[in-house]
Design a protein around this ligand. Structure first.
Ligand SMILES: Cc1ncc(COP(=O)(O)O)c(C=O)c1O
Length: 274
């Protein structure tokens, strides 16, 4: 399950090759990646299933809800049945009771109307975010201690649900990232440190101890999973990340200049923040 996190496409060549080698299905989490592309193909269409979210922070929102897309009719029938309480649908045939265990994930036509009206602006917004992101990167890439994100070579379009860069405190007189974030916010640039290392969430242990996990995986496999729960690269990224929200990229080049100038100002005044 690759996640096109922040709307920046995952390396689908590598993931699909691993899936092919081990005969696995690929479910893409494209919740943050509307219109993002890998080698000219839309994220969500590169694996067996693509999942999208209409939750309010997304760039195609309608309050709550989501969509699943795929080419395999039988799997799609199962998805449809699942979202409709497990009722029969297409190849999911009627039985004496409901054919599969499902739940109510049905959306309303009111929500569809809100989504459809937004489709008109999605392409233009994505283009604006892409252009502003490229310009912002060109403005901040040479500031000491600021490391812009990089895209894989196969990315033909990123959606920029968020715009990330890394912050190296060594180049900011050892000012902590927290202080950097507050200073930047005070300059009028809303920003955050992003997600923490989610693999350390206490609920992972609850899941590993659950009846379903114990039924699905051997004890040795679960032990190995626990033993391998060390991701120093991920930890470092979570410590150093700075995120700007997608709405900030829906503005003008002048606003990108303001963001870059605010970062420069914080850098120039780093000694006062220590
Ligand atoms: C990457 C990613 N995956 C999954 C989800 C879950 O989507 P939803 O809130 O529509 O269930 C979200 C956001 O909410 C997300 O950002």
């Amino acid at each position: 399950m690759p996640v096109h996190i922040l709307g920046l496409p995952a390396n689908m060549d590598k993931i699909n090759a691993i899936a092919k080698k081990h005969n696995l299905l690929v479910i893409e989490d494209a919740c943050q990646a509307w219109l993002a592309e890998w080698r000219g193909k839309k994220c969500g269409t590169l694996g067996d299933l693509g999942c999208f979210s209409f939750q309010n922070s997304k760039h195609l929102p309608c309050g709550e809800g989501g969509a699943v897309i795929g080419n395999d009719e039988e799997i799609m029938d199962r998805c449809f049945s699942f979202h409709n309480c497990g009722r029969p649908y297409g190849s999911v045939k009627r039985t004496s009771g409901y054919p599969i265990i499902g739940t109510n994930r049905r959306m309303t036509e009111y929500q569809a109307a809100i989504l459809l009206s937004q489709m008109k602006r999605l392409e233009k917004d994505t283009q604006t975010r892409g252009e502003n992101a490229a310009y912002l990167t060109s403005r901040i890439k040479d500031i000491p201690g600021i490391i812009p994100h990089r895209l894989y070579e196969g990315v033909t379009r990123a959606a920029y649900h968020l715009y990330p860069f890394r912050y190296k405190k060594e180049d900011f007189n050892n000012v902590s990232r927290g202080k950097f974030l507050s200073a930047l916010s005070r300059e009028g640039v809303p920003c955050s440190g992003g997600y923490g290392p989610q693999y350390r969430d206490g609920l992972i242990e609850v899941a590993l101890n659950s009846k379903n996990f114990k039924r699905s995986f051997s004890e040795a496999r679960l032990r190995r999973y626990r033993d391998e729960l060390h991701y120093p690269g991920n930890d470092q990224l979570c410590r150093e990340a700075v995120w700007l929200g997608q709405n900030m990229l829906l503005t003008t080049k002048k606003d990108m200049d303001d963001i870059a100038n605010a970062i420069l100002k914080v850098h120039e005044n780093r000694d006062k923040l220590a």
